[in-house]
Design a protein around this ligand. Structure first.
Ligand code: FES
Ligand code: FES
Length: 224
């Protein structure tokens, strides 16, 4: 008997394996053994389980059930989105609002590639529910330059060649921005500590530290 689940063709979900392949039964529970030497629950039970607990369907139901309107200021412009408030801010920025400067690295708050500013504080947008941005000021790398002039941090990254592939750079710059807001004249050691949780797979770390030091000096302790 060919196995409906392991054959190349799609399983015929309405059809039970019962009586077609050898089975093991314990009390009310039965498992069916297929010619690929795998056990299955009956196809119809698997089908119902998929309907009730399938991840895709669950997320769709959640998406429709929890849509809400979230309004915030993005790079000095008011925006509003109607979506599941639990969605990460990262995906709303990239997918719904088209700002792809914010990068997706790990998706688990480990690497810092997705860092944006919320009320001038660095947050990891991959784990930041968009609902939490409601009524706040959000700034991405696209909103750092003013009047066509790069921010001193951006200039310093260019001058110190503080990037290679550039993937970590938006997150590095915005984390550094947040750091300099809190500590406008950091020592080299304080910069290293402040940037410790942002990863650069290209190994531009020392040049990144140089750039931040230089930007801090250029800003002369001011909060540019
Ligand atoms: S993508 Fe958010 S911390 Fe890595
Ligand atoms: S410059 Fe490539 S990851 Fe940092």
């Amino acid at each position: 008997m060919p196995c409906f689940l392991h054959s190349k063709t799609k399983p015929i979900w309405g059809e039970s394996f019962k009586g077609k392949v050898p089975s093991v039964t314990s009390g009310k529970f039965s498992l069916y053994y297929c010619d690929q030497r795998r056990y299955h629950v009956p196809a119809d039970v698997g089908f119902l389980y998929g309907i009730l607990y399938g991840r895709r369907l669950r997320s769709r139901v959640r998406g429709y059930a929890m849509a809400e309107t979230i309004a915030f200021t993005l790079n000095d412009q008011p925006v509003s989105v109607t979506t599941d408030g639990q969605r990460p801010l990262l995906w709303v920025l990239r997918t719904d609002l088209g700002l792809t400067g914010t990068k997706y690295g790990c998706g688990q708050a480990h690497c810092g590639a997705c860092t944006v500013l919320v009320d001038n504080k660095a947050v990891r947008s991959c784990v930041y529910p968009v609902r939490n941005a409601n009524g706040r000021q959000v700034r991405t790398i696209e909103g750092l330059a003013k009047d066509g002039e790069l921010h001193p941090l951006q200039k310093a990254f260019v001058e110190h060649d503080a990037l290679q592939c550039g993937f970590c750079t938006p997150g590095m710059i915005l984390t550094a921005y947040s750091l300099l807001q809190e500590n406008p004249e950091p020592t080299r050691e304080e910069i290293i500590q402040g940037m410790d949780q942002n990863l650069c797979r290209c190994g531009a770390h020392t040049r990144i530290i140089d750039a931040i030091q230089s930007a801090a000096t250029a800003m002369k302790g001011g909060k540019a």
